[in-house]
Design a binder for this molecule. Structure first.
Ligand code: NI
Length: 211
């Protein structure tokens, strides 16, 4: 994984979308900590886990168990994001397209960190702009808090600059590849290219996950 991250080209560790303007934080220490295995995540803290949310397109209640047997490529963000989220989602879709039929085993999922604005209708329209395959998940504030906590996603609402102006939401911008058994298989940094993602995911998902 460390090799993979290096190959993908992050010399620096973590990209956080500050109001969706990318800012590099962290350092080599955090890079070293990004080692999956047995579901362990950053510094041995598990990443991922059970969630209950709503599929924006169907309105159906879904849980992580709905996606067992498939790989999940999970990204957190919000539809009002001016820059980073749309760029990353385009990249996710481009990577899956580049993989061809091998991508059929991967379900790309966009989970909102801003459920107050991203209701099912808003989110369904948004994910549809990227791909019919991209799943949009929203939920109550408590449900979203639970899933962002499980994935250790940094989320911070930014007060608007002036009264009545729209707020932004700072959030970390990683892509999480989860195995068919729901365990963390890889974390991809936001600055990975679509080609790098495609190559790495083809390799990571080539064999049924043991974990
Ligand atoms: Ni964003």
């Amino acid at each position: 994984m460390i090799r993979a991250l290096r190959r993908i080209g992050i010399g620096l560790a973590a990209l956080v979308a500050i109001g969706c303007f990318a800012l590099v934080i962290g350092g080599p220490g955090l890079l070293k900590a990004l080692q999956p295995g047995d579901g362990a995540g950053v510094a041995g803290v598990p990443i991922g886990g059970p969630f209950t949310l709503t599929d924006a397109r169907t309105g159906a209640r879904v849980t992580d168990a709905n996606y067992r047997g498939q790989w999940m490529l999970v990204y957190f963000g919000y539809t009002f994001c001016p820059d980073v989220c749309p760029t990353d989602l385009q990249k996710m879709v481009a990577a899956l397209t580049a993989m061809g039929p091998a991508a059929d085993r991967i379900t790309p999922i966009f989970i909102t960190v801003d459920p107050a604005r991203d209701n099912a209708a808003v989110l369904a329209r948004y994910v549809g702009l990227f791909s019919p395959r991209l799943v949009g998940l929203t939920g109550s504030a408590a449900q979203v808090d639970a899933v962002t906590a499980a994935y250790r996603v940094y989320v911070q609402k930014v007060p608007p600059a002036s009264p009545g102006a729209p707020y932004l939401v700072n959030h970390s911008a990683f892509m999480y590849l989860m195995s068919p058994k729901g365990k963390l298989a890889a974390i991809f940094p936001a600055d990975a290219t679509a080609q790098d993602l495609a190559r790495q995911m083809a390799k990571d998902t080539a064999t049924p996950a043991a974990s």
